[in-house]
Design a protein around this ligand. Structure first.
Ligand SMILES: [Zn+2]
Length: 371
């Protein structure tokens, strides 16, 4: 059971922590649809189209499939890249060497279109999982862990946020809360825009608990997922006039699904594993989660990012979506819904699981491919 709890935490791709309330309009955070208290997210939820779920004929399997890739050897490394990149500002309190983080950030940059984005990456360890956080006086909500940071490390986080944003933005309260949340053992994996007038400055926060530390490949998934969010120029949450498709409710699905698609393909490439095989392992795993009632076929949490990524894979297989434009983040360089239609997204929602895994590969049904 404990293992399953961790898996579910893993599967809330950005949802290790949420900003529970938005006291001002100064914070834009990638949120999962499980959040109910944010007006931003509820806007997306309220407009979610209801659709008929096909009967997926999912059988409960007696043996749970492995968390994809969990037992493969890996380390948090990327190929050499020029060092250092000025676009990355690090507050690294983890045991991963700075150089590895910088190289992996540069690797992500090398795979995506050029942007003027600058990223503050805060990465810190937490202790064992404890459940709900006690004494949480911040607006962040997420899984609670034993706190392990000392006073100096907490101050480093606070000062790092202030230094990154400089005097142009008053982020003192956010800096305090991020540091305070770290101090009490708050877990997170999040990408956020703390200062709207400097929206090219992105903040990524990732925590490493002892379970995650054992699985560097999983940490790399999370890393590339969040870094991809930072490289998405337009994140259409608040701006009603900024849509990635002609249907507003698709935006979260696209933002999350694409981040996962990028992280899967990137990690598969780094590990020299065919991406088709990775897609197959994830589909098997997701079908199991659905069969045992830990998720549903709807493109919502838990596991919205993973399910949506398979949906995007279907659109690529159908020829509806150019995979290159997805992977290099070009589709997020515009706000006018050029690349997606609500018809495409309806197909993704209805047929993402209408597939079999044969010889390790995802084979979508004829109906899913031709409808
Ligand atoms: Zn995400």
């Amino acid at each position: 059971m404990k293992k399953l709890i961790f898996l579910i935490i893993f599967l809330s791709a950005c949802g290790g922590s949420e900003v529970a309330e938005e006291p001002t309009t100064t914070t834009t955070t990638i949120k999962e649809t499980t959040t109910t208290s944010s007006s931003t997210t509820s806007t997306i939820k309220e407009t979610t189209t209801k659709y008929l779920v096909q009967n997926p004929i999912l059988d409960e399997e007696s043996i749970a499939p492995l968390f994809p890739f969990a037992e493969r050897y890996s380390s948090f490394e990327c190929p050499d890249a020029p060092l250092p990149k000025k676009e990355l500002f690090l507050v690294n309190l983890s045991s991963i060497p700075d150089e590895n983080l910088i190289q992996c950030y540069n690797y992500a940059l090398s795979k995506t279109m050029p942007t003027g984005i600058e990223t503050l990456l805060i990465i810190y360890p937490v202790g064992d999982y404890v459940g709900e956080l006690q004494n949480n006086d911040t607006r962040y909500r997420g899984a609670g862990f034993e706190p392990v940071l000392n006073e100096n490390e907490v101050s480093t986080i606070y000062e790092g946020v202030l230094e990154f944003f400089g005097p142009e933005c008053n982020v003192e309260q956010q800096a305090y809360e991020i540091a305070r949340y770290a101090e009490i053992g708050g877990g997170q994996q999040v990408q956020t825009i703390l200062c709207p007038q400097l929206s090219y400055k992105r903040t990524v926060i990732i925590t490493i608990d002892p379970e995650r530390e054992k699985i560097p490949i999983e940490l790399q998934f999370v890393f590339f997922h969040e870094i991809f969010h930072a490289l998405q120029i337009y994140l259409p949450y608040r701006a009603a006039d900024c849509l990635l498709s002609d249907s507003p409710e698709d935006s979260l699905v696209l933002v999350e699904g694409s981040a996962n698609y990028f992280s899967w393909v990137t990690v598969a490439t780094l590990q020299n594993i065919p991406k088709e095989q990775l897609m197959g392992e994830w589909l098997t795993f997701l079908r199991h989660l659905i069969a045992v009632g830990d998720s549903t076929t709807e493109l919502k949490d838990p596991a919205i990012a993973e399910k949506a990524a398979i949906g995007l894979y279907l659109l690529v297989q159908r020829g509806d979506l150019d995979e290159e434009l997805l992977l290099n983040a070009t589709i997020f360089s515009t706000c006018n819904g050029d690349y997606f239609s609500s018809e495409m997204m309806t197909i993704a929602r209805q047929y993402w699981y209408d597939a079999e895994v044969v010889n390790g590969k995802v084979l979508f049904s004829d109906q899913a491919l031709s409808k």
